[in-house]
Design a protein around this ligand. Structure first.
Ligand code: TXA
Ligand code: MG
Length: 352
């Protein structure tokens, strides 16, 4: 189905209320609205309308077994979507919501199977972004929303990214400016004992463990059982169309040899110490594009502070993917637990 896609700029405070009202109407009438959240842009439909949710799969080209996260306006509204609500769910929700943590719990039987992908669980989250919350309030219904990209592509962090993938496939794009978090929510399965990390994301596992004790995090990335529990964890995901390689080091030697061989190379690397000291503020955590004197090289840099890196990561990958390059080389990210989500995304992007 081809539709006319309208872009609504909700960044202007004078326009905001009218934009939100229009978007909410589109949702309640069974339409699709892409909207900003604090993580990435979501592609939303009324979670109680099976037909509307089916349209998400068509627009994205998404496998039908892949369940969709349901966004709710508040803790109480989320709770009503679960069959039962444990004290653990209560504790996590009270502490991390609104925010980038998705809790997988047993689904209330009224939730369409299109949302759950046929599982008996549902992923729930209350987003923190003011525009997402305003949309949920105005729509008066929970909103099912995966990331607003074509299936297996890089998640969008701006309205322009959304339009590039989904123009002609969704009714509205609600532009709330760049998504401040830059990567997706953490997905935690509360039906497992102990709770299991299904996807690392913006809420660090250490913060979760500080609240509820150890969680199982080992198999989140590769194990078959994790894939079966969360079908969205297909190995190749979040990938640019240009072949991408994750280097074991900073990548400099490989970049040099490929450029010398006449290849057009994108090099995504991390600010080194001196640069970080003098330029991190100026970069504001976003990557910077530099067309080097070397015509074969497009270089972009990311912060060594993980939240700033997350904010700039997909924007940099989108930009490199647009630059008509032969290869994208990415330097090894810093070590450490905080970098788990970023390592996960880069590993998937590199998985050919
Ligand atoms: O930050 C985010 O989570 C964004 C924004 C829009 O909220 N959404 C997002 O959705 O990233 P999506 O569909 O691109 O990724 C959702 C992930 C998938 O890996 C999916 O398999 C998993 O969550 N998931 C959703 N419901 C699940 C369930 N009931 N059981 C297991 N995994 C589930
Ligand atoms: Mg996604």
């Amino acid at each position: 189905m081809i539709v006319q896609t309208e872009l609504l700029d909700a960044q202007d405070p004078a326009q905001r209320e009218a934009c939100v009202r229009r978007a909410a109407q589109t949702i309640t009438r069974g339409g699709l609205v892409a909207f900003s959240t604090e993580t990435v842009y979501g592609l939303g439909a009324n979670a109680r309308d099976a037909g509307a949710v089916r349209r998400i799969f068509i627009a994205k080209g998404r496998p039908e077994i892949n369940p969709i996260i349901v966004h709710a306006a508040n803790h109480e509204a989320a709770r009503q979507l679960a069959r039962s609500w444990s004290t653990l769910a209560d504790l996590l929700a009270a502490h991390f919501w609104p925010g980038p943590l998705t809790l997988v719990v047993e689904a209330h039987r009224d939730i369409p199977r299109e949302v759950t992908g046929g599982l008996d669980t549902v992923g729930l989250r209350v987003p923190r972004h003011a525009l997402a919350l305003a949309l949920l309030e105005a729509a008066g219904t929970p909103i099912a929303a995966p990331s607003a990209n074509r299936s297996s592509r890089i998640s969008p962090t701006t309205a322009a990214h959304v339009l590039r993938d989904l123009s002609g496939r969704v009714e509205l794009v609600l532009d709330g400016g760049p998504a401040p978090g830059g990567i997706e929510s953490t997905v935690l399965d509360l039906t497992a004992q102990p709770p299991r990390l299904l996807r690392p994301g913006l809420t660090p596992p250490a913060a979760i463990e500080a609240l509820i004790g150890p969680i199982e995090r080992g198999g989140a990335i590769d194990s078959t059982s994790a894939v079966l529990r969360s079908p969205g964890l297909l190995a190749r995901h979040y990938a640019p169309q240009t072949p991408l390689e994750l280097c074991p080091d900073d990548g400099a030697a490989l970049v040099r040899s490929l450029c010398d061989a006449g290849r057009r190379v994108g090099w995504l690397r991390f600010l080194n110490e001196e640069e970080a000291g003098s330029r991190a503020d100026a970069l504001g955590g976003h990557s910077e594009s530099k067309y080097a004197a070397d015509v074969n090289l497009v270089e972009m840099r990311l912060s060594r502070e993980w939240t700033a890196c997350a904010r700039g990561l997909y924007g940099a990958l989108h930009a490199l993917d647009e630059a008509g390059l032969d290869r994208i080389l990415v330097a090894a990210p810093p070590e450490g637990d905080d970098w788990l989500a970023i390592r996960d995304r880069l590993t998937r992007a590199a998985h050919a």
